[in-house]
Design a protein around this ligand. Sequence first.
Ligand SMILES: [Zn+2]
Length: 453
Amino acid sequence: MMERIYQYIDNNSQRFISELFTFLKQPSISSQRIGVEECAGLLAGMMKEAGIRCEILPMGGRNNPPMVYGEISSPGAKKTVLIYGHFDVQPPEPLEAWDSPPFEPVIRDGRIYARGSADNKGQLFAHIKAVEAIMKTTKDLPVNLKFLCDPEEEIGSPSLDDFIRANSHRFSADVAYNSDGAMDSSGRPILSFGNRGNCHVEINHQEANRDLHSGQFGGPVPNPNWHMIDFLSTLRDSNGRVAIEGFYDDIVPPTAAEKDVMAKIPFDEEKTRRFLGLKQFAGPKDMGYWEKIMFQPTLEICGYTSGYGGEGTKTVLPCKTNVKISMRLVKNQTSSDILQKFKQHMEKHGFGDLEVTFRYGYNPSKTPIDHPMSKAVVAGVKKAFQSDPILYPVTGGSNPSSIITDFLGIPIIKVPYGSHDECNHAPNENLVIDLFIKGIKCSATVFYELSKI
Ligand SMILES: [Zn+2]
């Protein structure tokens, strides 16, 4: 039967690509609030055409964004799979860096170039076309499916948590599945069982009420940067570890099974170091590269803005300074607890006068690597991609999965269909057509394999 479904997918691939083009032509830039509503309507229409019962659900909150929710059930199915994906995209700027306009999809060298092609419209669309292929070939799905299509993933899904908490009955399922991000550079598929969380804060400090001449006023007038730098230097100890009290208290070290899987990730540490132009890697000397990414939290200064950074000189005494800090979190840290510890640290070290603003947070998520779902997804991925997948206990980035794993109690596995050079969030974003088609086959196969658990 799988052969017939694969045949249908191959026979209809040209049409699938042209339908994806329609989806990509509709901008849906959540951060600029451009086209998200229109895109929700378009997506809902395409899902209905594939036989999925669909609703647009206003999520409330400040922006009242439109979630696209879909359901398709099958009389004999015993399992329900929740698909998570998003249809909003990152801003396309800088436009001049694109070889073709971001919302006019084109094919070059076997790739579809457009904003959202890989992240995440193309990968989300693969699941929808898998439903069509199964329905047209067999008239019946092996599992019940629910679709949660997020309109705000690229801005940190600010409405999702509250919405799911208030409507949890809709989202009940046995397992969840998501395709986003990139495969390994070797072309091997990846299964990811978790994500780091994030606690993003901004710190502002001001001294005088305006920028001043550094000669005329320098001396008696304080420069806000010294106070900020004094504070920042309290955040790290002499070993480069985060010095916030209790920061590492809740972290859980990798299990034996996770260590085993990490050791099998194909990776050349030396080559990567040279590729990045680094003299050495940061972090504890006795800890491996992957453990630092998957099982260790970070505190990064993402931006520092003050005074004049342009060409030439400007003898200014700035009045303001702004710092953006992102803390990537691991199990069992939570964004709210880390924020509180961060604030306590400020007070304790005498920097209570700095103004701290919480921007957004995600909690870390993790599904056990030996969950029964894992075997089913591995089998499906292997069949569709004809290649052994690499298992990642956690990926370093963040997404809203913790609301699915921790609140809804549903295990989730992510299988990316994008190539390692998909240029997500960057100019010339692209989706390899061969991977798009294999992705459709993969989703279909995974649905069958999950029905057997
Ligand atoms: Zn993205």
